[in-house]
Ligand binder design. Structure first.
Ligand code: ADP
Ligand code: MG
Length: 415
């Protein structure tokens, strides 16, 4: 088992950059994926959010470019696709940081940037291009980008790309890059709709790597929940928690709920930023920047808005509304305790949410304990969630239909 970066076949200049970034040892997915990628294999990898997937593909890509240096100037050799512009920026930034002791360059091609700005970039030599699929396709169609030199195709956050409807565009891009040597696909989960079929056409005999979500990297999240008797009680609990928390993301289920909560927090003089789906890009970026720079320490988000965005490190994730599924719960809490740091995930649970929190415990195999805030203990009893016993349910159904049949007979007779 690989425990140190030195054990990976990486050049000294990359090791130095890694040290400067403060990474002490590879995360599990890095230790698993880097040797396989350097061995020339296609890779199909899944690991939870915040476990260092970016470096897991950026490092071997940089090593590859150094092992096989280009002979003459020309177009990009490594193409990284990401679902959103924000992610493209982040992946490019991290790749540049890792490449800082090399001569390799990294460009981005994303929506929201004028063609003009990219024009001179395209005339120069590129080593790595990070792009969003839609925008890149436009470039290819306008003959502003040449895929023929692509040797490595990397898909980041493949599950989200599919969710966002990029499947067909990615297939076309894959065809454009048909001379490539290797394909790497990274995703938070491989379970989502259609990921299986999608990967079949893209990857050749891939090595499948699944970093287990319940290991070291997720263990540092302390999870607990508070029960709330009423909506007002829940709001009081939230306010009490916020006085203790440092940097917090609060998740709500809809835009309406977000607006409501924003109003409540504003009247309580809690300064917050917020993001929701269907928000103009610049306003969304603005909110994220304010949060990232520490101008505000509370960010309210809907799941839709948070998708595809790598939010900065947070100390607390609060489920003000419980998520719809246990999977979404994991996505949400993955926003805290990134790569080795500690984090807290708190759920506020009303009576009707009790079954959900219990389902989350079964799904994650984590124990989530109930805690209390002084002066805000719930008055109601914890609802007992009965597991439906299939046999009993069936038996009950059978009795009912028998009774109904008997009743029908009776009615007939009486006529
Ligand atoms: P993912 O793509 O899996 O969600 P990222 O690649 O965005 O995760 O990494 C999350 C954070 O962890 C980043 O801030 C990154 O700099 C940091 N990180 C990555 N690898 C390591 C490591 N080996 N040790 C410490 N921190 C790391
Ligand atoms: Mg990532």
């Amino acid at each position: 088992m690989i425990r140190t970066f030195a054990e990976l076949d990486l050049d000294q200049n990359l090791i130095e950059a890694i040290e400067e970034m403060g990474f002490e040892r590879p995360t599990q997915i890095q230790a698993d994926a880097i040797p396989q990628a350097l061995d020339g294999k296609d890779v199909l990898a899944s690991a939870p959010t915040g476990t260092g997937k970016t470096a897991a593909f950026a490092l071997p890509a940089l090593q590859f470019l150094q092992d096989f240096p280009r002979k003459k100037a020309g177009p990009a050799r490594v193409l990284i696709l990401t679902p959103t512009r924000e992610l493209a920026m982040q992946v490019a930034d991290q790749t540049r940081a890792l490449a800082k002791n090399t001569n390799l360059n990294v460009f981005t091609i994303t929506g929201g940037v004028m063609y003009q700005d990219h024009a001179d970039i395209l005339a120069t030599t590129q080593d790595i291009v990070v792009a969003t699929p839609g925008r890149l396709m436009e470039y290819i169609e306008a003959e502003r980008f040449d895929c023929r030199a692509i040797e490595w195709l990397i898909l980041d956050e493949a599950d989200r790309m599919l969710d966002m409807g990029f499947g067909p565009v990615v297939d076309r891009l894959s065809a454009e890059c048909r001379w490539r040597k290797q394909t790497l696909l990274f995703s938070a989960t491989l379970e989502g709709r259609g990921v299986e079929g999608f990967t079949e056409d893209l990857l050749k005999n891939p090595v499948k790597l699944e970093a287990d979500p319940s290991r070291r990297e997720r263990k540092k999240i302390t999870q607990w929940y508070h029960r709330a008797d009423t909506a007002a009680h829940k709001l009081d609990l939230l306010k009490a928690i916020l006085t203790q928390a440092e940097r917090t993301i609060i998740f709500v289920k809809t835009r309406e709920r977000l607006a409501e909560l924003r109003g409540h927090l504003e009247s309580a003089q809690v300064v917050c930023a917020w993001i929701q789906g269907e928000m103009p890009q610049d306003r969304r970026n603005n909110a994220i920047t304010r949060f990232r720079d520490g101008d505000v320490n509370v960010l309210i988000a809907t799941d839709v808005a948070a998708r595809g965005i790598d939010l900065p490190d947070v100390s607390h994730v609060i489920n003000y509304d419980m998520p719809r599924t246990a999977d979404v719960y994991l996505h949400r809490i993955g926003r805290t305790a990134r790569a080795g740091k500690k984090g807290n995930a708190i759920s506020l649970v009303e009576a009707h949410d009790q079954s959900m929190i219990e389902r989350v415990m079964r799904y994650t195999k984590d124990e989530i304990k109930e805690r209390y805030v002084q002066g805000l203990r719930p008055n109601t009893k914890k609802p007992v969630i009965k597991k439906k016993n299939k046999k009993k349910v069936k038996a009950a159904a059978a009795t009912i239909s028998k009774k109904q049949a008997a009743l029908k007979k009776k009615k007939k007779k009486n006529k």
